[in-house]
Design a protein around this ligand. Structure first.
Ligand code: S3P
Length: 172
């Protein structure tokens, strides 16, 4: 693997953080979650940043976080679901990392998000609104996610199995 980082992209609820945590252990690398990087820096939750400063400002913080994280030692990085879809973030990720798209069915995403209380773009939605959100958001974002170097099916497989498979793929 000649690229510095491994970056996981995909929809909220696709399991990027769980997979990233395990993959980082397998690779003996630090694990960085872009949302937690922003939370720590701003000393505010993502929901608070959305409520107080709006989504546009969150996207700017995300872009800044990406350039700082990229400059760090080789890591496994999980990204917020929207990060690859704003500015030139996906191109930057592809330049400095092996990017991995965690593909997941609409049904599984729905299962994972239906009781979510912390994601500002998801919480408080009725089941119909949530399914609609998943359909339209995935449709818009697919074009960015699909620029990833590697796509893996993240449903019907545990995070540990997926991490092992990915570890083998990345290490040839
Ligand atoms: C977002 C996904 C979240 C977080 C923010 C916005 C999105 O991250 O960055 O709430 O636009 O899809 P997860 O993908 O980890 O839920």
């Amino acid at each position: 693997m000649d690229k510095k980082h491994v970056i996981l992209v995909g929809m909220p609820g696709s399991g990027k953080s769980s997979l990233g945590f395990i993959l980082a252990k397998l690779m003996w690398r630090p694990f960085i979650d872009s949302d937690y990087y922003i939370i720590k820096k701003e000393k505010k939750t993502v929901a608070e940043i959305f409520a107080e400063q709006g989504e546009d400002n969150f996207r700017k913080l995300e872009k800044q976080a990406l350039s700082e994280i990229i400059a760090s030692a080789p890591a496994v990085i999980s990204t917020g679901g929207g990060m690859p879809c704003f500015y030139d973030n996906m191109d930057i990720m592809n330049e400095f990392a092996v990017t991995v798209y965690l593909e997941m069915t609409h049904e599984k995403l729905f299962e994972h998000l239906k009781n979510d209380k912390k994601r500002p773009l998801v919480k408080g939605k009725t089941p119909e609104e949530l399914m609609d959100y998943i359909n339209t958001t995935l449709e818009q974002r697919k074009q960015y996610y699909e620029k990833a170097a590697i796509t893996v099916e993240a449903h019907n497989v545990t995070s540990v199995q997926l991490a092992m498979n990915l570890y083998k793929i990345i290490n040839g």
